[in-house]
Design a protein around this ligand. Structure first.
Ligand SMILES: [Zn+2]
Length: 257
């Protein structure tokens, strides 16, 4: 594992992330919520922007692209299934393809549901995943352009990643996600441990991300819709996991905690 990362806040609660390969100097911005914080991060690290890897078309993930591309002439990589909604795309990628940042290689997963063409990037040898607005710590993205079955299948793809994978997400939503999740699984010890950790991090003004797949598999109810005890808690024993997932997602959509 040779890659370096640098995470920083953008807009209100978006995260920007730079991924850097020290050997080649290649540096990718994962999404580009706005140009100024990315520029500040480049200045702080001394890294030179070579690529922007886009997870999905939403404005709070792409608005910084035109300014960054004009200044750095970087390559813009975007999901093939919604590339027409992303500015200044140079390369489109789809399920199973690989994309490189210098010598660093990512496998692309199509993870639709939040948007219809959303993709995630997995740098397997670096143990890094960039999942945009599909998976959050102790939560998942709102289903805006898909359905519950589609989102559940997307989350299952991410759940297959190794436990040690460091997971970078698009937003700092963890504290609110924890409040909701504890109403669903109050007796989940892994969730209680994560809740304590999140409270301490937020009290110190620190980010709760990245998270790890090990933590999310154990504590995130949206990855546990095929757990029998969780299905029972949702009153859906014996139901298809996608149905259990749909009910948890609907409960979160109306949760005011
Ligand atoms: Zn989004």
């Amino acid at each position: 594992m040779s890659a370096k990362t640098h995470q920083f806040l953008c807009l209100h609660d978006n995260y920007g992330v730079l991924l850097h390969d020290p050997g080649s100097g290649a540096t990718a911005s994962i999404d580009a919520p706005e140009a100024a914080p990315v520029e500040a991060a480049l200045k702080a690290t001394g890294w030179r922007l070579t690529d922007i890897l886009v997870t999905h078309h939403h404005n709070d993930h792409t608005a910084g692209i035109p300014e960054l591309k004009a200044r750095h002439r970087c390559r813009v990589v975007a999901p093939r299934n919604e590339a027409e909604r992303v500015p200044l795309v140079d390369l489109t990628v789809a399920e199973g393809e690989t994309v490189n940042v210098g010598p660093l290689s990512a496998r692309v997963f199509e993870t639709p549901g939040h948007t219809a063409g959303h993709i995630s990037y997995w740098f397997d040898t670096e143990h890094l995943a960039f999942v945009g607005d599909t998976l959050f710590s102790i939560g998942c993205g709102r289903i805006l352009e898909g359905n519950a079955e589609m989102m559940w299948q997307s989350l299952l793809k991410l759940r297959n990643l190794p436990d040690e994978t460091q997971v970078y997400c698009g937003h700092e939503y963890t504290a609110a996600n924890v409040r909701f999740a504890r109403t669903i699984e109050p007796d989940n010890a892994a969730l209680t441990a994560r809740a304590d950790e999140v409270a301490a991090l937020r009290a110190a003004g620190r980010p709760t991300l990245p998270t790890t797949m090990a933590v999310e598999k154990a504590a995130n109810p949206f990855l546990r819709a095929d757990d029998a005890s969780l299905a029972a808690r949702m009153g859906l024993s014996g139901s298809a996991p996608a149905q259990v997932f749909a009910k948890i997602r609907a409960a979160k959509d109306s949760f005011r905690g």
